[in-house]
Design a binder for this molecule. Structure first.
Ligand SMILES: [Zn+2]
Length: 277
């Protein structure tokens, strides 16, 4: 630095008549080109570090200032990105590596914990899904089985299927369920009303054709609550108990005709469809 100043002083020739005040005034503007010529910040810092380390080396009576640089961590840090950084002690590199591997181990442990948690969660979800699937399967089976509901909330079986009596031309083609007149009759399952009206000895009759094609005949009704073409659900009211047609008292004569064919025992059909009359 001192050399620069001395050089600059000699380069200028306007100081032929030295006037203290004027020299001062002249020097000020002259500083700007000098400052611009100085190296930028980081390099200055590097030079300063070299100067410091050189001083340290001298103090330690080391003959080789570069050698002293490699053993002084402070100097290494100060030098930073200069070529000297390449001789950074292996010890510190190992420290970095071991610190990294420890961090990796911690990260691995954390990951393992997360994975375990995720696996446990997935297992729980899987179990829940299986349970759900099982329930859905059961429900599907129920639908497939076409589980029925009883047509009357309260009744007494007054005549079984297949009975022979003076009342019938052949054998009894249905099941008689005795109940007070006006008792609500419910459809035993989902279906469509395919017939509705008075039918001789059957009296007021409603036929509901279930989804599987089975016809259910509801006979001797006092009143109708649905019309032909109506879509009904299991348990939905379709009429009321009566004694119309060939009947000796209020009761529901119910017939079950699979595939709209010959009648089968309604009692057995009820059992087959999950209800016990
Ligand atoms: Zn009957």
């Amino acid at each position: 630095m001192g050399n620069h100043r001395a050089h600059r002083g000699s380069a200028r020739d306007h100081s032929a008549t030295p006037v203290a005040g004027r020299r001062k005034a002249d020097r000020k503007p002259a500083r700007h080109p000098l400052l611009r010529a100085l190296p930028s910040g980081p390099i200055v810092a590097g030079v300063a570090a070299l100067a410091i380390s050189a001083g340290g080396a001298i103090n330690a009576a080391d003959a080789d200032p570069v050698g002293s640089l490699t053993t002084q961590p402070g100097a290494m840090a100060a030098v930073g990105s200069t070529g000297l950084a390449n001789v950074a002690p292996l010890r510190s590199r190992q420290a970095i590596v071991s610190r990294d591997s420890r961090r990796d181990a911690l990260a691995d442990a954390a990951n393992e914990k997360l994975v375990a948690q995720a696996e446990a969660q997935a297992e729980q979800q899987h179990a829940a899904l299986q349970q759900f699937a099982k329930a859905a399967e059961k429900q599907a089976a129920k639908i497939k089985e076409n589980q029925w509901v009883l047509p009357l909330a309260s009744y007494r079986i007054s005549a079984p299927f297949g009975d022979s009596s003076y009342l019938w031309s052949s054998v009894h083609t249905g099941l008689d369920m005795s109940a007070p007149s006006g008792t609500t009759i419910s459809s035993v399952a989902n279906g469509v009303v395919t017939e509705m009206g008075y039918d001789g000895s059957y009296g007021n009759k409603t036929v509901v054709t279930l989804d599987d094609g089975t016809e259910i005949w509801y006979c001797h009704q006092t009143s109708f609550l649905v019309s032909t073409g109506d879509v009904v659900r299991g348990g939905e009211a379709i009429g009321t108990v009566g004694s119309t047609g060939n009947s000796t008292g209020p009761h529901l004569h119910i017939e079950v005709r699979p595939g709209a064919g010959d009648p089968v025992d309604p009692f057995t059909a009820f059992l087959e469809h999950g209800i016990t009359p």
